[in-house]
Design a protein around this ligand. Structure first.
Ligand code: ADP
Ligand code: GN1
Ligand code: MG
Length: 362
């Protein structure tokens, strides 16, 4: 099905942005939303904004979603007020001309806008231990700054998001249904998953405290400053909700320790590089170390293995279901993504002892 191109000029003009619309360019490589950098000009200057179409198949309650984001961004802005560059350190929601947090276009799509954070960028693949450290420190800071978010509890924008046993049950159903007739192609991956079935409840069994967590701490969800390389601003706030701190650490390890793309087909390139892990652990603990309980700390490495595994079974389930959740750009991409995750799980399993010793030593 060909989706008509949205009228981006008209949609952008629905937001309380001063000046004249100039252009809109697709940006980013996220799997979920559609993001555009839009440029507006006023007599004297030009400014960019991030215009985003919210994926309504995945986020079914935009009101709850945007309420979470407004509360979180307002809390962060309050905490960061007075810091150097504070307006670049957290996202700023731009309201619509009717003072609403999101806009519904003529086709029924939901859109939101943020201030565009200039002179900063995201990376899909980690390039150095400094980047791994900075990204992890920024996510740790994000948890720290939100630790005192006042009640009420945030909405669960996607219920049971990191409930790995339920993710496993979804995989099991996808195998049984086999709607795309692909299960026979993924026998090895299905076996790999079932061999680790009992591991799925490892973190739920640990009775860890509920916190405000990001839940999608992949490397490309944090902007690094172009000039200093510093972890500047955590973005992609759709899944900020109650969760377990180690989940966020796990997703950092999943995405910031391998030199390979998430859909890399040459699995020899996919390994958990120990120096990168050390940088992630040191970066995260530099900001989160002060508030984590001993039990949370003791489960960081478990989470690294678990989140890579969970992501693998999510990609596998989507492959078997016919690629309905993650954006794909070529056939077999979700299976390739599953394979990299499972390779990473195996690599973590080989190094788990050393990873634990390192975390204990920090
Ligand atoms: P998705 O949910 O699809 O992953 P993201 O919210 O992560 O969407 O945004 C996609 C990309 O857009 C990011 O990886 C980043 O490069 C860019 N981006 C998002 N928000 C901003 C912002 N406020 N300023 C600058 N770039 C941004
Ligand atoms: C999606 O939106 P993005 O691309 O940052 C997904 C994450 C996965 C990730 C895998 C809402 O994140 O949970 O870990 O892809 N987001 C959602 O790359 O499902
Ligand atoms: Mg993203």
């Amino acid at each position: 099905m060909i989706t008509p191109m949205p009228d981006l000029a008209r949609i952008a003009r629905a937001f309380a942005i001063p000046g004249e619309f100039v252009s809109a360019t697709p940006t980013g490589s996220g799997h979920i939303n559609d993001s555009y950098r839009v440029l507006f000009r006023t007599p004297g200057q030009a400014a960019s904004y991030l215009l985003q179409r919210i994926n309504r198949h995945i986020f079914t309650d935009p009101a709850a979603l945007m309420q979470n984001i407004q509360r979180v961004t307002a809390h962060l802005a309050g905490k960061l007020a007075g810091d150097a560059d504070s307006h670049r350190r957290s996202l700023t929601v731009i309201p619509t001309c009717e003072s609403l947090a999101w806009h519904v276009d003529t086709a029924g799509n939901c859109w939101r806008a943020y201030r565009f954070i200039e002179q900063a960028r995201t990376f899909d693949i980690v390039e150095s231990t400094v980047q791994a450290f900075e990204a992890a420190k920024a996510f740790g800071d994000f948890q720290r700054l939100l630790a005192d978010l006042p009640l009420p509890r945030l909405h669960d924008t996607i219920p049971d998001f990191h409930h790995t046993p339920k993710r496993f049950a979804q995989l099991d159903m996808a195998i049984t249904a086999d709607v795309a007739n692909r299960a026979h192609i993924a026998n090895a991956e299905i076996d790999f998953a079932f061999q680790r079935h009992t591991f799925t409840s490892a973190l739920l069994d640990a009775q860890l405290p509920e916190r405000v967590t990001h839940n999608d701490t992949k490397l490309n969800n944090v902007l690094l400053d172009d000039r200093t390389g510093e972890g500047l601003c955590v973005i992609d706030l759709d899944t900020v909700m109650p969760g377990l701190a180690p989940y966020d650490f796990g997703d950092m390890v999943r995405t910031s320790t391998t030199a390979a793309a998430e859909d890399e087909q040459d699995l020899a390139k996919v390994t958990m590089q120990f120096p990168m892990f050390e940088a992630v652990a040191r970066g995260y603990l530099a900001s989160a170390g002060a508030f984590l309980t001993a039990a949370e700390r003791g489960n960081l490495v478990t989470a690294a293995r678990l989140i890579a595994f969970e992501q693998g079974i999510r990609f596998l389930a989507d492959y078997l279901a016919g690629d309905t959740y993650y954006k794909t750009h070529r056939p077999g991409q979700n299976l390739d993504r599953c394979r990299t995750q499972f390779k990473l799980v195996a690599s973590i399993e080989e190094q788990e002892g050393a990873m634990r010793r390192l975390v204990e030593s920090i």
